[in-house]
Design a protein around this ligand. Sequence first.
Ligand SMILES: [Zn+2]
Length: 577
Amino acid sequence: MVFDYSTLPREFKRQYLRQDLKFEWDDLNRVYEELGKRPLGSEADLERWLLDEAEFDAYLYEQRAIRYFNSTRQTDNPEYTKAYEEYTELLEPKIKLASFNLLQRYVASQFRGQLPRKVYGLEDRRRKSAASIFRSENVELEKEESDLSQMYYRTTGAMTVEFQGQERTMQQMSKFYEAPDRALREEAWRLSSQRALTDSERLDTVYTEMVSLRDKIARNAGFDNYRDYTFVKKDRFDYTPDDCEDFHRGVEEAIVPLSRNIDRARAERMRVEVLRPWDMQVDPAGREALRPFDQVPSLVSGARKVMANVDTELSSYFERMVELQLLDLDSRKGKAPGGYQEELAEVRLPLIFMNAVGKDDDVRTLLHECGHSFHTFLMRKAMLPFFNGGANMPNEFSEVASMSMEMITGEHYEGVFYDRDDAKRSNWKEVVDNVKLFTWVATIDAFQHWVYTHPVHTKDERAKAWVAVFNRFCGLESYEGLESNRAYRWQRQLHLFEVPFYYIEYGIALTGALGVWSRYRKDPKDAIESYKSALSFGCARSLPELFEAAGVEWGFGPATLRRIAGELRSAIKEYAD
Ligand SMILES: [Zn+2]
């Protein structure tokens, strides 16, 4: 199936770019040159210039998204792979440098301070900060970094094992961890973990190179370490490394005890003395995995019914996606694993990609990605004057849009995907997963804080630091006799390699999403109205302002986590009864 972008409605006409613009360097460069030399003699000139640049940014973002989407839809189509590689290898470095020239032009403009602050204030701050850390010598280092990323993908992507007479990927093996048969789970777990261990040294070396490269990037930009550089690079204006350490402490004090209580109840229910790593994902009552749907069409019709119960406007957005075929949901040979929402920024429409096979998780994933899509639709409605997608959008808030939708829709599963008991079972699992997510976010984040503030360390020191962090936040599963598997467990977390320091965002967003969900349970109408108004601000507001618009408290320290732990505890009890 070929997806035809040319049939999508173009409701936002180009004001600036030529209709026949090609995604090739000569054409792009002409646009950069025009924006680079056009006279900017007044505030009105600057505002016009920003609008034109935004149109160009949206075009660039959409062209990249189309190539990425194609290459993940058909990994076995060499043409698509080549098109995406050509983009990252040849175009992207040039785009980065040329965009920096525009950035410098903007920062140097004397009319910058006269732009309306309410609209441009935060964007102005972002640009000033980006300009201050840009170093052209880092462009080459970032390319090296992305080559190392490719090495990580190639190594982990090639990991397969022979199980039950078939060659299987690590992702395919994970479904056996939900099997009621304990011996089968153990066999599957040991086999996959041993396979991963055979590449542990290679991945260790890749990571060591990445850490020293990143440290160099930070030092080039005038920072002491990559952690401090990242806080500026990721526009973390509203919190500091100390706040992250507060989050770690809050998780340790309030969430870890809850997580261990859940494990204690699990062990009792499973009638095992000691939990092992392969016991953590199975249904503790020994029931078969939930089967909410058979085929993708019934997933779609179920999601439709659920959305119709949540809100008319949001539901109409979902209908629009179905009608325009913006959903690629089924699992096919040659399709990349995982799920994501991507924005086609010029037509201002969202795409959803996932691999549905009939699991409870698939329903959650679709409704999660729907939350991201609603963000795209609501920003489009607000007609924001500069490009709000991509890296500009703070994940600390965009994940509130998706995670809260994932939880809110769970309130309407009964009679659609499940009967009453199974709906409760699915919601119980969602709440438990969120408890575990808090502990895992703290683990991954605390580990990265250690790694990048100790850039010179041996592999043994790193393994030791990892185990210490792991033990601080872990559940009750015992790794006795599996110590080396535990020591390299971090290598399975692709974010550490691919998108350093991107993880705390999930923890921050989860505090907000739980707040929206708990409001929804009390007053659905009011909660949805605030949700929609917060999403329509795009990234023109600070994180505290976005949280406030959504009607939830901003803050992720011990006090907030204690309150949340109480709410989670009672939800678990409610769903378990
Ligand atoms: Zn998401």
